[in-house]
Write a protein that binds this ligand. Structure first.
Ligand code: CA
Ligand code: CA
Length: 374
């Protein structure tokens, strides 16, 4: 029975694809009849914390956070350095600046520590190589080991950035659509392309086994997993109008869910006439969004489980690179966010919000400064 069922499923999927193709070919909008779910917007103000500068003089920092088993703060600098801050002491743990192309959205963009880093010293870096193409490789004792990924980058922008281990122990990477306005080559909706996707790999497999989990991303600069719920939270940077926050539970081997770009920017249809909408995976709407009245580039943060700021407990903290505005929202049990609050505190050129070893937020400003909540 099983093989026959599979055939039926496949043929109905193929039939659907034909119908969709005919609809687009006939000039009809394949998005007609798709109703976005309601999305949360700002409900008011909050003053849960203020920020204080804790460090200065970094060279375009892109990330700060903790390594397993280490109380120190680790910092990435976009030109290609990995630093470790122990009190006032800064040490350069890795320097790959001779392998990195530095641009507005190019450089050393992401780091993830192996869950057993405390005993095996394995970490992973994501950067733009001298030709501007994407590289992900493993490092041990400060030296490059195996390369895990190479992706040709057609344009300078939309390279994604974040690397993070998921609750399944796989290493996740977010890649943007490859650049240009409105995904000109329709890569984010193309299941054969790695651009515009959330991907993962088993770092212990003999050959890298990259798997696609989400399609339809524009530029997932920062994402994080909530250890309490196992969901991934993604700030997907918008085009001209809307910045969005996505919350997705990644479930095993089901077809990749579709975050909608470039048919949709947030919950709005794009102006683009040549969009494509791959219907293979469930369409997932953002849980929160804001317009370019309040910023221009979302910086995804994390769900706070620290102890110093009880008002933030269980809330997702995020902000905007351009305006420096910070928000937090309360995840509802299913999907929708509620109670989106704009914090009084702001951080200019907000590149990253990372938990330190205690789960407390460190705010990274691309201007060169680090801030803590207080
Ligand atoms: Ca989207
Ligand atoms: Ca397009």
């Amino acid at each position: 029975m099983r093989p026959r069922l599979l055939v039926i499923v496949l043929s109905s999927a193929a039939a659907l694809a034909v119908v969709a193709a005919v609809a687009v070919g006939a000039g009809r909008d394949a998005r007609a009849g798709i109703t976005p779910k309601p999305v949360a917007t700002e409900r008011g103000r909050a003053n849960s914390f203020s920020v204080e500068r804790i460090g200065d003089g970094f060279n375009r920092p892109t990330w700060a956070g903790a390594a397993p088993g280490d109380d120190a703060l680790w910092v990435l600098e976009q030109p290609g350095r990995v630093l470790r801050l122990d009190g006032d002491e800064r040490t350069t743990e890795i320097d790959i600046s001779d392998r990195v192309l530095l641009g507005a959205e190019q450089g050393l963009l992401g780091i993830a520590f192996h869950p057993d880093f405390a005993t095996n010293d394995r970490l992973f870096l994501h950067w733009s190589d001298r030709r501007g193409d994407t590289r992900v490789a493993e490092f041990k004792d400060g030296k490059q080991q195996r390369e895990l990924l190479f992706v040709d980058q057609p344009e300078e922008n939309h390279n994604g950035g974040q690397l993070a281990f998921g609750p399944d122990g796989r290493l996740y990477l977010g890649l943007g659509d490859g650049g240009g306005a409105f995904d000109p080559e329709e890569r984010a909706q193309d299941p054969r392309q790695r651009l515009g996707k959330l991907l993962s790999v088993n770092v212990d497999a003999p050959k890298p086994d990259w798997r696609v989990h989400l399609t339809g991303l524009r530029n997932p600069w920062r994402f994080s997993f909530d250890p309490a719920m196992g969901e991934v939270w993604i700030g997907d940077v918008g085009q001209d109008e809307i910045e969005e926050v996505n919350r997705v539970l990644l479930e095993g081997d089901e077809p990749p869910k579709n975050l909608g770009w470039d048919a949709f920017e947030g919950t709005a249809k794009t102006e683009d006439g040549d969009y494509r909408l791959d219907k293979a995976g469930e369409l997932v709407w953002p849980v929160a969004q804001y317009t370019h009245d309040d910023g221009c580039s979302v910086t995804g943060g994390y769900v706070y489980h620290g102890t110093k700021f009880p008002k933030l407990s269980g809330r997702y903290l995020y902000g905007d690179f351009c305006s420096g505005v910070l928000w937090s929202l309360k995840p509802a049990p299913k999907g929708l966010a509620t109670d989106v609050r704009r914090e009084q505190a702001q951080v200019p050129q907000l590149a990253h919000i990372g938990p330190d070893a205690e789960g407390e937020p460190v705010f990274v400003s691309a201007s060169g400064a680090l801030y803590r909540a207080r």
